[in-house]
Design a protein around this ligand. Structure first.
Ligand SMILES: NC(=O)c1ccc[n+]([C@@H]2O[C@H](COP(=O)([O-])OP(=O)(O)OC[C@H]3O[C@@H](n4cnc5c(N)ncnc54)[C@H](OP(=O)(O)O)[C@@H]3O)[C@@H](O)[C@H]2O)c1
Length: 245
């Protein structure tokens, strides 16, 4: 969704994921919309991060917007939640974002000016703001990693502002994706009932916020955590106190 929206706004987009075949499928879908390149890398591996940054510096020539989007979830009852599951999720959702952001600074700095800063956009989650119940299973690592990511966003924003790099996070509610296939299939009604707007998000609603953060209009927004969740994270459902019976 984000890649397509940025391409349509004239950005040269480099998409990254571990599986080359998924990258190739995405390239076929995205190519009609603009200049897009794919690179397969596991962002939890230091070697792969280094190769990616070398590719961006040497082959692409610059990096002005880094979107930390890769993420994963793990659901299990508390008593059965394995340490390796917790570590895996925190590693992808938080540790890798820290490492990749840190190592991207030289390239981002090169692309940055005071009036047009380079941007880091972290994809957090409304689950880093509230405690989710709708999936009916514990997602302890996910919620902790996303809350950590939100606060890391603020710490990096303060640190990197003077280098003309802004750091913000988008905290989405439910959007259709591979990650949400299972919960949409089983709990769509609950998801909609939990949302004051009574629905899940649409692609353009994520594209809009990312395009804003990446654009001239977003240049003075720094350290913000922006929920795009129809109000779900601040609500106990769509009923107001006025209609209690
Ligand atoms: N969809 C939602 O409702 C929702 C709500 C809130 C937040 N989010 C956040 O949005 C982001 C995208 O999620 P999604 O819903 O699009 O999930 P998704 O369909 O599961 O996509 C996750 C993406 O991350 C890539 N990835 C996972 N681990 C990786 C790694 N170690 N290195 C490189 N790439 C990796 C995956 O590709 P490979 O498997 O090929 O590596 C895939 O492209 C996540 O951070 C998620 O937490 C989503």
């Amino acid at each position: 969704m984000m890649a397509k929206g940025l391409l349509q706004n004239g950005v040269h987009v480099v998409i990254v994921s571990r599986r080359r075949e998924k990258c190739d499928e995405a390239l076929v879908e995205l190519s009609p919309h603009g200049e897009v390149t794919a690179f397969s890398a596991d962002i939890t591996k230091a070697d792969d991060r280094e190769k990616l940054l070398n590719f961006l510096g040497d082959e692409i020539g610059s990096l002005s917007i880094l979107i930390n989007n890769a993420g994963a979830n793990w659901g299990a009852k508390l008593e059965e939640f394995p340490d390796e599951g917790f570590e895996k999720i925190v590693n992808i959702n938080l540790n890798a974002v820290f490492s990749l952001s840190r190592d991207s600074i030289p390239l981002l700095e090169k692309a940055a000016t005071q009036t047009d800063p380079a941007r880091i956009i972290n994809i957090g989650s409304m689950d880093g703001i509230h405690v989710p119940i709708v999936s009916r299973t514990g997602t302890f690592a996910y919620v902790a990693s996303k809350a950590g990511l939100h606060h890391l966003t603020k710490a990096l924003a303060v640190e990197l502002g003077p280098k003309h790099i802004t750091v913000n996070a988008v905290a989405p509610g439910f959007f259709k994706s591979r990650m949400t296939d299972y919960v949409f299939e089983h709990y769509l009604t609950d998801i909609e009932e939990e949302c004051p707007l009574d629905r899940v998000g649409e692609p353009e609603e994520i594209v809009g916020i990312v395009a804003y953060l990446a654009s001239r209009a977003g240049a003075y927004t720094n350290g913000a955590i922006i929920p795009v969740d129809g109000g779900t994270s601040i609500s106990k459902g769509k009923r107001s106190w006025m209609d209690s019976d």
